[in-house]
Ligand binder design. Structure first.
Ligand code: DGL
Length: 283
């Protein structure tokens, strides 16, 4: 059981920022990554559609026999978390809570910005999670949360345009109003956005700390697996396997650049209809 892989999914390549952090922190864990590249982006779709995609993603990973699923997509975390918990009897970790808690710990002024997809911002899930995290630390503390949807960031990242003039122009367009809000902490509320960190940091200027939830998620995964007595201590044959729903060649190129290492196993798969599988608990 302990040597079963951790399943990680995202709409595309963004979740690789989370996989990278998990791989760094939990070196002996086996990992399966699913990028739903045929249907990216999720962030412009309706709740019903995002729920269906997330259930199909999770069902695919459950069928592969994972011991934990990390939803490395804020959009799926915000829109489909309850649905996933209803449908599957397996531990889930989403990126939204760890990011919100990290922001609550970081801010000094209580002025926090959140950037994410339209669906995530529209759901209000980050603002609720940040307020809850701050309340848990200090009930009397006043905070203000300023949210901004940045829909063009995901296609820019999927195109590998992470440091170009176009990326800079788009960042200035989206982030100007957050600069005026005098925030001291900015949550990168989409797993694609850490790949634009340089451009975002330059646009926001000094004095604003960017929160990338990947490290916080990796640490929470370690704590959760330890609590469930599911950590893998066999370091002899560790693997990371990658699955995509389309355009494997493109994913291959970009993923190797992001991870800084060759991919041992990459496979194109069809996951449609996986929500109708009879998925049983694997622990
Ligand atoms: N990377 C995902 C997120 O964190 C999804 C982006 C998208 O597909 O729109 O929200």
């Amino acid at each position: 059981m302990n040597s079963l892989p951790i399943g990680i999914f995202d709409s595309g390549i963004g979740g690789l920022t989370v996989l990278r952090a998990i791989r760094d922190r939990l070196k002996s864990e086996n990992l399966l990554y699913l990028g739903d590249t045929a249907r990216v982006p999720y962030g412009t779709k309706s709740r019903t559609t995002i729920e269906r995609y997330a259930v199909e993603d999770a069902a695919f990973l459950v069928e592969k026999g994972v011991k934990l699923i990390v939803v490395a997509c804020n959009t799926a975390s915000a829109m489909a978390r309850e649905r996933l918990r209803e449908e599957f009897d397996i531990p889930f970790l989403t990126v939204l809570g760890p990011g919100a808690r990290a922001a609550a710990r970081q801010t000094l002024t209580g002025r926090i910005g959140v950037i994410a997809t339209e669906a995530t911002i529209g759901s209000g899930a980050y603002e609720r999670a940040i307020r809850e995290a701050v309340r848990n630390e200090d009930e009397t503390r006043a905070i203000e949360v300023f949210s901004k949807a940045c829909p063009l960031f995901v296609p820019l990242v999927e195109e590998g345009e992470t440091d170009s003039d176009i990326a800079k122009q788009v960042a200035v367009k989206y982030l100007a109003e957050l600069r005026d809000r005098k925030i001291d902490t900015l949550v990168l509320g989409c797993t694609h956005y850490p790949l634009l960190k340089g451009v975002i940091a330059e646009t926001m200027g000094n004095g604003v700390t960017l929160i990338d939830s990947a490290d916080a998620v990796a640490e929470e995964a370690r704590i959760l697996l330890a609590r469930l007595d599911l950590l893998n201590d066999d370091i002899t044959s560790n693997y990371s396997r990658f699955y995509v729903t389309d355009a494997a060649g493109r994913f291959h190129r970009i993923a190797e650049r992001i991870l800084g290492a060759p991919l041992d196993h990459l496979e194109a798969v069809e996951i449609w209809g996986h929500d109708r599988l009879n998925t049983t608990a694997t622990n």
